[in-house]
Design a protein around this ligand. Sequence first.
Ligand code: CA
Length: 228
Amino acid sequence: MKHILIVEDELKLACLQADYLKNAGFNTTCLSNGLEVLSWLKINATDLILLDLMLPDRDGLDVCRDIRSFSLVPIIIITARIEEIDRLLGLELGADDYICKPFSPREMVLRVKAILRRIEVQTNPVINSLLKLAPDSFRVSSGEQAIELTSVEFWLLQALYDQPGRIFSRSKLMDLIYQDQRIVCDRTIDSHIKKLRKKLLDLLPEQELIHSVYGAGYRYEPRKRVIE
Ligand code: CA
């Protein structure tokens, strides 16, 4: 049974989270104070942490940094402000996902499951060998098939592909691919991603590789395409 650590100082909310996770088949532990988290993690193991940002004694951002100094355990940050997400991504905290308050507990359970599934995907060598990227020719191949990308499309794919599951904001992607500080707008990234997705679909029609994350950016995560 997988274990989830809930770090939340609002007792009622923490209980609600725990109830839903237990019903979904998880073990849980609730901590209400940022300071307790590190000492708890040094003697206990968990599969994922739900971390509220507004905590007494030690701020959630600091707790996240503390954890990342010694552990790669998946972290979902919970924040009350959606407009904060872009800033949080920019801080490079190493969190795996973000949930905005107020949230539906059902949605929270789905996000937890998605992250845990993603971890399995990342450690699955079959899925990880789906693509081969050739930087000298901007070609991407899968088995015998290959497609040609533009340089921008290639570097976008390379950035996302190198860190599967990680959310990249549009501004982060712009920084990565336009080193010459050219002035480009968010829409430019969107249109490159759109073309890139279309080409990847020609290569692997059954896979959805690049996903947009509402209000946040893009992530690479191979998933079987659902035909609707
Ligand atoms: Ca709080």
